[in-house]
Design a binder for this molecule. Structure first.
Ligand code: XUL
Ligand code: CO
Length: 433
């Protein structure tokens, strides 16, 4: 045991009336709703990078957080893993997620970085075998080191493409070894800073071939998890090719990967793309590429990716409603891609940030479930489309344009507009949150 979280108890469910800061008011992992334990509906994961690798920097200021595990030796990396699993135990989260660079020190050569990764993966493997928390997903950090400055698979330098291949291969091997349920690719540098120096067609082609190679490698090693792309429109690049879910779908279709790759959808990224979180989830569900969630919130005024912990259950309930409509998670989960603020120095801040986030999501899920169970929203939606259940309507979709047109004079059609009932449905929604 380290002493970082000393005196912080394991967090237990005490119910909505509890005033204990160190208790859940809504997250009750064993409570069964719609035939499944709450823990299995939500599948929470904690993110290694924000909680254990981020030093508290922002674009204007340096490190604010001082942690005993900040350093570039394997001893530091192992202390970090010890503390991480202590936090996972306190929270009772079933999963975590990490990038290679979060968990191991960067070596002077690729070979040294790989040795460091393999050593820490063995260490994490032992941790997983003696703790509840398992790996939701692994990923490669293809954005922090200066070698990725002009992209990874989209870099104009083919040697960087090779480096990206070596890095992703090593991270897929690590994820497989740790029994990870998904492998995520987020292309923070897969885009451009200026069109003036960019061959967009070549970059897009290289990114597409790279993703095909990732899928081929998945089958080669027998990785059973899902491959997930995480869309984001910009930041750090001016423009990122995986702009939003719809753009990613077009890209996957283009490279024949729409049945092989799904999406990891992040609230803050959806907002940056000019969408709502629920829009992105609903789009992915409609296109058959919904995989997992990076849960957080953006500051709505700042216009950048602030990665805050969610604290508005009514807002998240809409997202969970769409997740339920999509059939819930299969390999995915609710990963807190969220960080404490740089003034939040205390170990308690880190724990309570997660407690609040987990409670917010649990409360949101319960609202979404209650609405789903009532069936009222779905009944209203079904009624709105009921006309399409007739044989005449269905035959239009299999027939020609002129056959559909011929119905107008033949049946003397004179469609009358019907209310969309938005406010009534919004009021219905408010009965449940
Ligand atoms: C960056 C972001 C990443 C990915 C994983 O905005 O969301 O942390 O989730 O690389
Ligand atoms: Co993310």
């Amino acid at each position: 045991m380290t002493d970082f979280f000393k005196n912080i108890p394991a967090i237990k469910y005490e119910g909505p009336n509890s005033t204990n800061e160190f208790a859940f008011r809504h997250y009750n992992p064993d409570e069964v709703i719609l035939g499944k334990r709450m823990e299995d509906h939500l599948r929470f994961a904690a993110a290694y990078w924000h909680s254990f690798a981020w030093p508290g920097t922002d674009p204007f200021g340096g490190q604010t957080l001082e942690r005993a595990w900040f350093g570039d030796t394997m001893a530091h990396a192992k202390l970090k893993a010890d503390v991480a699993f202590e936090m996972f135990d306190i929270l009772g989260v079933p999963f975590y997620a990490f990038h290679d660079a979060d968990a191991r020190p960067e070596g002077k050569t690729f070979a040294e970085s790989l040795r460091n990764l393999e050593e820490i993966v063995d260490y994490l493997g032992v941790k997983q075998s003696t703790h509840k928390t398992q790996l939701l997903w692994g990923t490669a950090n293809l954005f922090s080191h200066r070698r990725w400055m002009s992209g990874a698979a989209t870099n104009p330098d083919p040697d960087v493409y090779a480096f990206a291949a070596a890095t992703v291969k090593s991270c897929m091997d690590a994820t497989m070894k740790l029994g990870g349920q998904n492998y995520v690719l987020w292309g923070g540098r897969e885009g451009y800073e200026t069109l003036l120096n960019t061959d967009m067609k070549a970059e897009r082609d290289h990114a597409g071939r790279f993703l095909q190679q990732v899928v081929e490698y998945k089958y080669k090693i027998g990785f059973k998890g899902a491959i997930l792309i995480e869309p984001k429109p910009q930041e750090p690049s001016k423009h990122q090719y995986d702009y939003d879910v719809a753009t990613v779908y077009g890209f996957l279709k283009d490279f024949g990967l729409e049945k092989e790759v799904q999406t990891n959808i992040e609230q803050g990224h959806a907002i940056l793309a000019g969408h709502s979180f629920e829009h992105e989830i609903a789009t992915a569900a409609a296109l058959g590429i919904f995989g997992s969630i990076d849960m957080n919130r953006n500051d709505y005024q700042s216009g950048w990716d602030t990665d805050q912990f969610p604290n508005n259950h009514a807002e998240k309930a809409v997202a969970f409603y769409e997740i339920l409509r999509a059939g819930g998670y299969k390999t995915g989960g609710t990963n807190f891609d969220a960080k404490i603020r740089r003034q939040s120095l205390d170990p308690e801040d880190l724990i309570l940030a997660h407690v609040g986030g987990m409670d917010t999501c649990a409360r949101a899920l319960k609202s979404a479930m209650a609405l789903m169970q009532s069936g009222e929203m779905e009944a209203a939606r079904n009624t709105r489309y009921a006309g399409w259940n007739t044989a005449a309507a269905k035959s239009m979709l299999t027939g020609s344009l002129d056959a559909a047109a011929a119905r107008v004079p033949a049946e003397n059609l004179d469609p009358q507009p019907i209310s969309g009932r938005q406010e009534r449905l919004e009021n219905l929604w408010n009965r449940f949150v």
